[in-house]
Structures are given as structure tokens and as C-alpha cells.
Design a protein around this ligand. Sequence first.
Ligand SMILES: *Cc1c(COP(=O)(O)O)cnc(C)c1O
Length: 402
Amino acid sequence: MSSDQPNTANQKASDSHRLDTKLITSGRPNGQRALAPTLYPSTTFTSPTVDDGRRMATDPTEAEFYTRYGNPTIAAFEEAMAELEGAEASRAFSSGMGAISAIVLGLCSSGDHIVTQRQLYAGTQLLFQTVCPRFGIDVTFVDATEPGAFADAVRPGKTMVVFAETPANPRLDLVDLDELGAIAGPITVVDSTFAPPLVQRPLDHGVALSLHSATKAIGGHNDATLGVISGSRELLNWLWGFAVLQGANAAPFDAMNGLRGLRTLGVRLERQSATAQVLAEALSEHPAVADVRYPGLPSHPQYDLAKRQMRLFGGLLTFDLKDGLTAGRHFVEATQLARLATSLGGPETLVTHPASTTHVGLLPEEMAAAGITEGTVRMSVGLEHVDDLTADVLSALTGCAS
Ligand SMILES: *Cc1c(COP(=O)(O)O)cnc(C)c1O
């Protein structure tokens, strides 16, 4: 990997190792001689004295009081994530949605306003559309690919959170992180699930909070349901106060697998990005395909922005089949290596057909606003050999031509 790595502005001068190395060295508690993460399943820990117990119950950095507050296995994962994100602190959650609901419900009150974008992970979108109104939180959805759209929608004194996702589900539209980070007043948040720390670090652009569904690339093996938020100590302490009441804390076993996943994140991302680039180019030339979206293709409407803020273009790509619903359904059932399943970032290549799965709950106009057609297929490229995957995709496309 190249040594002229961007996105390291707020790295400590003493702390000169590259992110690829930090993936290996981070999250190892002082004095621990075991190389693999240590699992502490214990839900509770003894206190030496009553005074110690009281102090521990109110200290967000305490890892040995009660597991809903903190836990040594979870703390090791959080420490690694904070280091990799260039953050003061991180907090792990039971899932990506656990992290997102903590941000929304932990930071916003009745009467507050949120600005977010139209293209979002479907769960996040439903949270904004159905849960927020019940709590009197007003949400504005903007086209985040329009320059200045977020800033223009901010209501001074009212807008508490500006929530972005980049690259965004499912068409891989991008948000300009420098522009987002420059918004003053509200707390700026990026769901960076599609772009782990090696690809982009939102905090380096002035964004306040970066979050991941670590269920995806960070865990990386489809065996951990996990979320994580990183940012300033002050904001994370506030979120901790809400999180211990929300109860969506990470399970120690999942945090252990999250930390295990980080060790190989670098090589996995490089392989997945390289294969995705080849597949995106092959799909672009195929007669059954109407449109391919991949940040590494010059045809991506925000290719220049992708080159500016992403170090790798990632393993996700989205394409539209000319023949709509029939072709989309045929394709995801016809691939043999690429499996039909909802998730991303793991070793196995997965395909989804959003119109009949993740986005099935949306109204037709909402689907259109989210950039989904009936022939849209999303692919999460895994670790299989690029030639085998290309052959699989081309063979499945044979039955899709109109
Ligand atoms: C999967 C996903 C989530 C939700 O994460 P869970 O771990 O499934 O709760 C949120 N945002 C994005 C972009 C995702 O891909």
C-alpha cells in the first residue's frame, strides 16, 4: 500500500505508524501476552470498596464494573476503533442500528430538527421516518449530492444533527466530507459503513462523529452483529450516559470478533476493491446492463470526489439490468458463487435485489428517490478469485438480456 497516505492529519506526531500497521497493533491492553483478543463473558466485576463501586458506575472509561457500562473485551475493540478513526474515544453497540438510534435518541429532544439525505440504509430511513415523528423530532431529507444541500437545510438553533451516509445505500452516491465537516452548529455524523478507516476517516474532515455497522467489513466474517461510534471524548461520554440506559451495548463475543476482523481488514479491502473494479468494468460493457455505479469508475458522477476522499473504492457495486424486475430476480438467483443474502463486507460475494428485499417497504416514489429501479442489483464483492467471480457474473447475465 502506498506510503503517501492521506487522511492522517490528526494523527499524533509520535504515533507514526500507518493505519495498515495500526490494524495489527491496536486494541492490545497493556501487559496482555495473548495474541488473540481475550473474551470476558462476565456480566459483572467485583469492586474493592463501596467508593470504588460508585466511581466505576459513573466513569465511561471503566471497563470492569458491569458489562452494560463497559467490559474489557468490548473496551479493547473500542480502543482499536478510536485509534483507527483518529478519535479520542469510541463506543461499541449491539448493532449498527443500535449505534444510529443512540445518536438520534441520545442527542435529540422533542422540538429538535435533523437534516439527513434521501439515499440511506433502509433501517436508518425508517427510523427517521417513523420513530422520530413520534418523539416530536422533525427530519428534513435532502439530495446530498447537491453542493450545499445539507448546510442550506440547517435551521440555526433548531438543527441538532446533520446525518450523512457515504458511500450511500444502494447507489453509492457520495457526500463531500470537507463540506459536511465545515457545517458549524449541529453535530455532524457520518455512517461510514461502506468505507472503513482505511478507505476514509470522516473525523479528519472535521465531522464530529463517525459510525459503522461493524457487522459488515470491520467484523468481516458474517459472525458478529456490532456497531461503533467514534468522536470526541465529550460527545462519547454524553452518548455513554444514554447508551447505558438504552441497553444496546455490544456483546463481548461480537466485540472479540470485531477486533479479530480488524487484523485482516487491510488485505480484505485491497482484494475486494481490486476485484470490484474488474467486475464494474466488465458489467459496464455488457449489453444486459443499463448502468453501473462504482466509485472507482470514471462514469461515477462523483468520480473526482471519490478520488479526493477515498483511498480505496471498496467492494460494493450497484448496477441496473435493462430488463427490470424479471432480470433482477433472475440474476440474483442464477449466480452460483455470488450468494443471495443481505449484508456486505464478508469473505463471500453477496448479491441483493433491493426492490424485493431491503427496500420492499418503500413506496414507489420513495424507491425512485432512493435511486432504486426494479432491475437494481447490489453486489458485495468477497474474496473469491476474480476470474471465477467474473465468469459467474457473466454466466448469470446470459439469461438477463432482453
Ligand atoms: C447494515 C447497515 C446498517 C445497520 O447495521 P446493523 O449492524 O445491521 O444494525 C447501517 N448503515 C449501513 C450503511 C449498513 O450497511
